[in-house]
Ligand binder design. Structure first.
Ligand code: UD1
Ligand code: MG
Length: 449
């Protein structure tokens, strides 16, 4: 059975007190919207529709950044969740499978939970995701009998007896796409908010003789983000979950509570991550690699057997082949390092290709920016770059070449050559002794006066 996702993301999120649309606020270095899209992605949806409204253009471009094939529809006026779902009617036209309604501001629904909902669809026409709330607050209440769902009542419309129910509506719903659209179209707005409630489709389905069912999940999965406080709490929850998963998957975390993962961080078995390592988006680390403490990684790939840090920064496009060594205070951006390359200390490599077995001396800088444009540096295999070499790009150093320490390399270096680009040294015999004496005399005269 094919699945379509309908992700509601039109709401303003006024309690965020922000110019940024709520679903674009980030948890684990990714917009909330991407979390919802990512949970749904594991179902391999045939179609994903994001319903936008407030900040529509920004939200749409963020949705496309995650999935270029996403369909977006606009809900010009926010008239309620059923009205929002109805906006997806056009892209869902003729779609024969199930539609799953998710929320852009509810980042933690597990894929396993969504799969359970799809499985429950074999027994019920409409499946709703519920949870037992510690504090049910203003959530919609589920009137159910076992896994048979009778009705959902919104808090505002609920009687005191109904408000006492702690079984709550997460908002996530699954039904055959055409049934969902038909039911949503039949929803009215005669309720306390004057809104078209998606929750009303349960009663409408039952009136047609269709069955409605319930799947339960843990309350932590349904956590919605409405305020900055909830955003911070969501970050904490995400990190706790990601750390536990990394440990279970065979990654060593020396100090788990100090490591921050991104939504898409991938780490292989037997990798070791030291304390206070921060992952930005787009990092993959292969099995057996080691990242020592206090590194900041983003958009990079670290291969098997490589070690990085402490105190290294890998930026987007940093590609480290097997057994590369990157040491302290090294920054690498948009550079490909071949097998066994060593960059031990205090170095910037930007827009560079470095061949296998090359050693980059301490304090090396690829001068990649001329103030207007960026240029590449190409360094061959088995090269020895002397400490404090400035490589003024565009420049190429051939295989098996060397550069002298302190050189400023502005011209290409042929293979096997030594390049010296520095002033020749002059030694003045005995001059140091004379200089020391003169300086001491000046100091003594000053102290007297
Ligand atoms: C909804 C449910 C409630 C459930 C709660 C869980 C309804 C009527 N109520 O209530 O039973 O317990 O979620 O959090 O569905 N949205 C739109 N367009 C709209 C209205 C909403 O896109 O016109 C989006 C919002 O951006 C948000 C989501 O739908 O992402 C839920 O809307 P919200 O107004 O938060 O619904 P609740 O009142 O919380
Ligand atoms: Mg809400």
């Amino acid at each position: 059975m094919q699945v379509a996702l309908v992700i509601l993301a039109a709401g303003q999120g006024s309690r965020m007190n922000s110019d940024l649309p709520k679903v674009l606020h980030k948890v684990a270095a990714a917009p909330l919207l991407h979390h919802a899209m990512s949970a749904g992605r594991s179902l391999d949806p045939a179609l994903t529709v994001v319903v936008t409204g407030h900040g529509a253009e920004q939200v749409e471009s963020s949705a496309r950044a995650f999935d270029p094939d996403v369909a977006t529809v606009r809900q010009e006026e926010q008239k309620g969740t059923a009205h929002a779902v109805l906006q997806a009617a056009a892209p869902l036209e003729g779609f024969g499978g199930d539609a799953l309604v998710l929320y852009g501001d509810t980042p933690f629904i597990r894929s396993e939970t969504l799969e359970k909902m799809l499985a429950a669809r074999r027994r019920h026409a409409v499946v709703v995701l519920g949870f037992h709330a510690a504090d049910p607050g203003r959530y919609g209440r589920l009137i159910a009998d076992g896994d048979a769902l009778h009705r959902i009542v919104e808090f505002k419309d609920a009687s005191p007896e109904e408000r006492a129910i702690t079984l709550c509506n997460s908002g996530v719903v699954c039904a055959d796409a055409s049934t969902l659209m038909r039911l949503c179209a039949a929803v009215g707005n005669a309720n306390a908010s004057g809104e078209y409630y998606l929750t009303d489709i349960v009663e409408l389905a039952r009136a047609e003789g269709l069955s409605a069912g319930l799947v339960l999940c843990d309350e932590s999965e349904t956590l919605g983000v409405n305020t900055r406080t909830e955003l911070a709490r969501a970050e904490g929850l995400f990190q706790a979950r990601a750390r536990a998963e990394a440990l279970e998957n065979g990654t060593t975390l020396t100090a788990p509570e100090t490591v921050f993962f991104a939504l898409d961080t991938h780490i292989g078995r037997d990798a070791i991550i030291g304390p206070a390592v921060i992952f930005g988006p787009g990092v993959t680390i292969e099995s057996g690699a080691e990242v020592k403490g206090f590194c900041h990684l983003e958009g990079c790939h670290i291969s098997r057997g490589a070690d990085v840090g402490p105190f290294a920064r890998l930026r987007p496009g940093a590609e480290l082949a097997e057994d590369v060594h990157v040491g302290n205070f090294v920054e690498i951006k948009n550079s490909i390092l071949g097998e066994g390359v060593k960059v031990g200390h205090l170095t910037y490599l930007g827009d560079a290709d470095v061949g296998e077995g090359t050693n980059i001396g301490a304090g090396t800088v690829t001068c990649n920016y001329d103030g207007v444009m960026k240029h590449r540096t190409t360094i061959g295999k088995r090269v020895f770059i002397g400490s404090d070499t400035m490589l003024v790009a565009p420049v190429t150093v051939g295989n098996d070449a060397m550069t002298g320490s302190g050189s400023v390399i502005t011209e290409d270096v042929p293979a096997e050559a030594v390049a010296l680009g520095r002033a020749r040294q002059v030694n003045k015999a005995g001059l140091a002794t004379k200089l020391f004496e003169r300086l001491k005399a000046i100091k003594a005269a000053k102290n007297k006066g």
